[in-house]
Design a binder for this molecule. Structure first.
Ligand code: SAM
Length: 203
């Protein structure tokens, strides 16, 4: 029996839990897909595919949407290929297997979605903003990093995690001080930053 899209999405989410693959929370996905519909987004560049869950959800919310997505972990990339094929979205989702920091992308996108190594957010932003249209958006997930960004650093035992939290705080400051963008951080899911690129001569 051919599985419904709903059943396939359920399988992808279950695989993520079983294999400890971090994927976007439901509130985050709802926000992202609603945003895409509201702003009539038709092209997305995603940094951090994992197993293709968010790319698939974005593609499903708008039949005219095309997603290019980059993943460096081979096992996840291969799983994403399988999932996208099962969903019959190969013609609208392009997968790139590479370290995003070593990847150069041609063309411009309405939306860039950053959901990869959290300590590298500034690098991803600076590398890919050249691929954003005037008036386009850069959305970044996990601005709260599981609630740790608003916690007293002394309470965070792991040195590694403290380092990531500091980098996220640096990224928030970078976004707020970036005069080329208007950034709002939404208290949704794990904290989502929306940075709107100002149009030339506009506000
Ligand atoms: N966006 C996915 C979703 O919600 O379905 C989840 C992405 S997961 C949070 C982050 C992914 O980014 C991981 O699979 C990780 O391997 C990948 N990643 C981290 N740094 C990367 C890099 N420099 N280049 C490409 N992929 C990267």
């Amino acid at each position: 029996m051919v599985k419904s899209r709903y059943a396939l999405i359920k399988d992808i989410k279950e695989y993520a839990v079983t294999n400890k693959v971090p994927i976007m929370k439901s509130e985050g996905i709802d926000f992202l897909t609603t945003f895409i519909i509201k702003h009539q987004i038709t092209t997305v560049l995603e940094i951090g595919t994992a197993i293709g869950y968010s790319a698939i959800m974005m593609a499903l919310c708008n039949p005219n949407l095309k997603v290019t997505t980059i993943e460096r972990d081979e096992e996840r990339y291969l799983e994403a290929i399988k999932n996208i094929k099962k969903m019959q979205l190969e013609d609208r989702i392009t997968l790139i297997f590479n370290d995003a920091l070593k990847t150069r992308i041609e063309g411009k996108y309405d939306l860039i979605f950053i959901d990869a190594a959290k300590a590298q957010n500034i690098k991803f932003f600076e590398l890919f903003e050249r691929n954003l249209i005037e008036g386009g958006f850069i959305i970044t997930d996990n601005m709260y990093f599981h609630g740790l960004v608003n916690k007293n650093e002394k309470e965070i035992k792991s040195r590694n995690v403290r380092g990531i939290v500091r980098k996220i705080k640096d990224y928030i400051a970078f976004l707020k001080n970036n005069d080329n963008y208007n950034t709002t951080i939404y208290d949704i899911g794990d904290g989502i930053a929306v940075s709107e690129k100002k149009t030339k001569g506009g506000a």
